[in-house]
Design a protein around this ligand. Structure first.
Ligand SMILES: [Zn+2]
Length: 328
């Protein structure tokens, strides 16, 4: 029998701690999994949910092959539910929270522990948080909440204080590269591959997204023009996010492009101080007479632009701003 659960690599400490929680019979209430997008929080939440119901646990953890584990892995188990903010909403809607609260109070369909996995816990506003607090603080005894969040600073204190926080550290680059072995769509050239792995900052999911959106080629094209013709450089970025209606995906693509550009500028700064060898992407801007002050100013501006992408920013204007933020 093959293991039906997708088990993210790494996070052994988190897994070990959760195992301990189950062994001690203390799995109840709310947990907040915090860590970068695409690092495996949701998959590990599912492993945990399966471990709570597994028919034949192995070493105190989910076996991945029994009926319970298999149904949970396929997202068809009535006792393990997943909720997330709809993509077209900026905040977690209060109506959805009411649905969660209502379902939490309903009689269970099958005996055993229930797990509700709630993504986007950093996107609650005051009203949706208020509607959730009482249930989150005192859930029914057979229910575990696992909240997922990328950005700890954006989690409301009222939510944070009612959960046990569990931090997910970025994976080391070699482990990300290991996870990605055999993936299609990654650059064949080892240098280019290494650039992408590093830019993914410890998140295999992020690496997948960057590869799918072909961010590296877009950024290379941008770097060719940015110094002499920033508006043409901006057009290359705009071109890469044209077409389709999925604004969330376009913003994600621009966020990754900014991450790569910032990485190149940071490397450029380090190499000019003699602290590091030039990385492949940075060779494109080798020899440019950028002062440290200008590099720092550009990095700060790019950081601001990256944050502005969380709001409803005009993407074309954002691309222009990225090009104009480049050190001149
Ligand atoms: Zn099992």
């Amino acid at each position: 029998m093959t293991d039906a659960l997708f088990r993210p690599k790494g996070h052994d400490q988190v897994r070990g701690w959760l195992k301990h929680v189950i062994a001690a019979g203390k799995a109840n209430g709310g947990y907040l999994f915090i860590g970068p997008d695409g690092i495996g929080k949701a998959a590990l939440a599912r492993e945990f949910a399966a471990a709570l119901r597994c028919e034949k646990p192995v070493g105190g953890w989910s076996c991945g092959v029994c009926n319970e584990c298999t149904r949970i892995a396929k997202d068809v188990h009535p006792s393990v539910r997943r909720f997330a903010k709809p993509e077209d909403k900026a905040a977690f809607p209060v109506e959805l929270v009411r649905e969660i609260v209502d379902e939490a109070s309903r009689k269970r369909l099958e005996p055993g522990m229930r797990t509700f996995i709630v993504a986007d816990a950093d996107r609650f506003n005051d009203s949706s948080a208020n509607a959730f607090l009482k249930t989150l603080e005192e859930p029914p005894g057979d229910l575990v909440f696992i909240l997922l969040a990328e950005n700890l600073a954006q989690v409301l204190p009222t939510i944070l204080s009612r959960c046990q926080s569990v931090r997910f550290a970025p994976l080391p680059d070699d482990l990300v590269a290991d996870v990605a072995r055999g993936w299609e769509g990654l650059p064949v050239n080892p240098d280019s591959r290494a650039v992408l792995v590093r830019a993914a900052q410890g998140s295999p999911g992020r690496l997948r997204r960057m590869a799918d959106a072909n961010v590296l080629d877009t950024v290379r094209e941008f770097l060719k023009f940015v110094r002499d013709d920033p508006f043409h450089a901006s057009e290359t970025l705009v071109g890469s996010v044209q077409g389709g209606d999925d604004n969330e995906a376009k913003r994600a693509m621009l966020r990754e492009a900014i991450a790569l550009l910032s990485a190149a500028l940071r490397d450029r700064m380090l190499s000019s101080m003699g602290c590091a060898d030039l990385k492949p992407l940075t060779r494109a801007i080798e020899g440019e007479p950028y002062s440290t002050d200008k590099l720092v100013a550009s990095l700060t501006r790019l950081d601001d632009l990256r944050s502005s992408l969380d709001g409803n920013v005009n993407l074309k204007l954002c691309c222009d701003a990225i090009a104009l933020a480049w050190p001149g």
